[in-house]
Design a protein around this ligand. Structure first.
Ligand code: PSV
Ligand code: MN
Length: 427
């Protein structure tokens, strides 16, 4: 299913009058403060967030899964769904695939399809947290960290195969997230588990094409509840440093214990030139995979403030970041939820671009804590939604993507096309 341009234009024509009033007023106010709205629009236009192939269907919990209806049943349909989101927002121009769920039968045809929708292939993801059909060894007790060399080799080979699939599609990175760890004290020798993980990652790293990057994701617990092979950013950074220049830490917002200062982690990783990418979501308790910005919008803004500062003061040559949403949808239409996440991410980015960095630096220099807070909160409390709408309007996207999605009855069409019980392969 493809959204025709004229449907977007007529939606925009309907909303244009009201939108212009709001945008012109905000622009006038920001101009007076010396803020260049045009450059914010340019930055937002360039900002593309990848959609993971596994977030397009209902995720489910440990207790059950309730199908959404019209879920994409194959890779082509997943790309179509990202095409819908991208057409409506023009800010989701990439898809991240998970192997073996998304093995393309015909890589060239898949590439063509994605290209026709303005979508590129973001990082490819390996999967050693499930046993694959006909696999010789089980990953029940780990993969890259496993005590048995043969199991480690099977996991290494899988990652190398994932790189091959990525090469065929034009991806430029692989993300390794490991479920490896132990659930009970005594189950693992921590040092051995770390050394095995490091050696295995290095073997994969050696097969990385010259222009590729490897992202090492960390997570403090789950599925293992006592120790994880890569529990935190420090371990990820050690492993990335041991691999080499093309290996980086990847921050998934949900992979922190409650109240962790994620913005500080981001700042230090960027200072060291070792932040590779980002998985956006939100959480109240753990890896809840909720809609971005639905629980902690101020934290998201503070993270973006560090990202903006890091990008503008890039002393260590941190490469451009890979942005991706990593969420799970159990009670909302996945496409609607993803658009809500995109809105929250763009809002946080837009607000962070408003921060008066000079005033903040001056206040910090004076130890003026009150003004430091004011500077940040002035930006956070500015409603930048008119700027987001203007960005979409100029780029041919919908002024209000969610309203148009509902008006066009897209979910209903997808159910008609794919059936009520189609199931997306994935988590
Ligand atoms: C599991 O926690 C997880 O959500 C990780 O964040 C990965 O990025 C994702 O699954 C896909 O493997
Ligand atoms: Mn993730």
């Amino acid at each position: 299913m493809k959204i025709q341009d004229y449907l977007i234009s007529s939606h925009n024509e309907e909303l244009a009058g009201n939108h212009s009033e709001q945008f012109d007023f905000l622009k006038y106010q920001l101009d007076k403060k010396g803020i260049d709205v045009e450059s914010i629009i340019d930055r937002l236009t360039d900002f593309q967030v990848a959609i993971p192939s596994w977030a397009l269907g209902a995720g489910g919990t440990r207790f059950g899964r309730f199908s959404y209806g019209g879920e994409p049943g194959n890779l082509e349909q997943k790309i179509d769904d990202v095409g819908i989101i991208h057409a409506l927002t023009k800010s989701a121009g990439a898809i991240s695939l998970h192997i073996p769920w998304d093995i393309p039968k015909d890589a060239n045809a898949i590439k063509e399809q994605a290209k026709s929708l303005g979508i590129i292939f973001d990082a490819v993801n390996s999967n050693t947290f499930q046993d694959q059909q006909n696999a010789t060894f089980s990953f029940k007790f780990g993969s890259l960290c496993h005590i048995d060399k043969s199991v480690r080799q099977q996991a290494i080979d899988h990652n190398i195969e994932v790189i091959e699939y990525g090469k065929a599609l034009g991806s430029k990175s692989i993300t390794v997230w490991l479920a490896d760890g132990s659930t009970f004290p005594g189950q693992h020798n921590f040092r051995t588990a770390f050394q095995n993980t490091q050696k295995s990652l290095h073997e994969i790293y050696q097969q990385l094409p010259e222009d590729w990057r490897m992202f090492i994701e960390y997570k403090p617990f789950e599925p293992n509840f006592y120790s994880m092979a890569v529990p935190d950013w420090g371990t990820s950074l050690l492993l990335a440093e041991a691999c080499g220049d093309k290996a980086f830490t990847l921050v998934d917002l949900g992979h922190h214990l409650p109240n962790t200062n994620i913005e500080q982690i981001v700042a230090i990783l960027m200072l060291k030139g070792k932040l590779g990418g980002f998985h956006f979501n939100d959480s109240k308790y753990g890896d809840d995979d909720l809609t971005c910005g639905s629980i902690h919008p101020y934290q998201l803004f503070l993270i973006f403030n560090e990202l903006v500062f890091g990008m503008e003061n890039n002393v260590s040559g941190n490469p451009p970041l890979a942005w991706m949403i990593d969420a799970s949808h159990n009670v909302k239409d996945p496409l609607e939820d993803l658009m809500q996440s995109l809105e929250a991410i763009n809002l946080a980015y837009g607000k962070a671009l408003l921060v008066d960095q000079k005033a903040l630096e001056a206040a910090q220099f004076e130890n003026d804590v009150t003004i430091s807070q004011e500077v940040l909160q002035n930006a956070f409390r500015t409603d930048v939604r008119p700027i987001l709408r203007e960005t979409r309007l100029r780029n041919g996207a919908a002024i209000d993507p969610l309203v148009l999605y509902r008006k066009l009855k897209i979910r209903e069409s997808l159910i008609k096309e794919r059936g009520k019980n189609s199931i997306a392969s994935g988590l």
